[in-house]
Design a protein around this ligand. Structure first.
Ligand SMILES: [Zn+2]
Length: 104
């Protein structure tokens, strides 16, 4: 498991929730579920530290609806994290480095 990835996911969900769901303290229940799910997936990922980006991962471990949700969060929060985190590190999570496509 990768602590940096988990922190990144949590921060992105928090950014998303604050502006989209207008939550004032912490994140809402729905986002909490999504966060737990995403963190669990990172933890259970059998590739561990050498994990490839999820997009090129041969094992599509996300349920389709959760995948859609996390992608929505990434699309929204990704560009807003650029000042706090190395952009490449974030994009690596859900985009293959070899692929030039983003969030298609
Ligand atoms: Zn929310």
């Amino acid at each position: 498991m990768n602590e940096r990835d988990k922190t990144t996911v949590s921060r992105m969900i928090a950014i998303y929730c604050r502006s989209k769901h207008r939550s004032t303290s912490g994140i809402c229940e729905a986002c909490k579920l999504l966060e737990n799910y995403a963190r669990l997936k990172l933890e259970k990922c059998r590739f561990g530290e050498s994990k490839p980006s999820c997009k090129i991962c041969p094992i599509h471990c996300y349920k389709p609806d959760m995948k859609e949700q996390i992608r929505t969060v990434m699309r929204y929060a990704g560009p807003r994290m650029i000042f706090h985190y190395p952009f490449a590190a974030i994009m690596h999570l859900f985009n293959g480095r070899k692929s030039g496509r983003r969030f298609k």
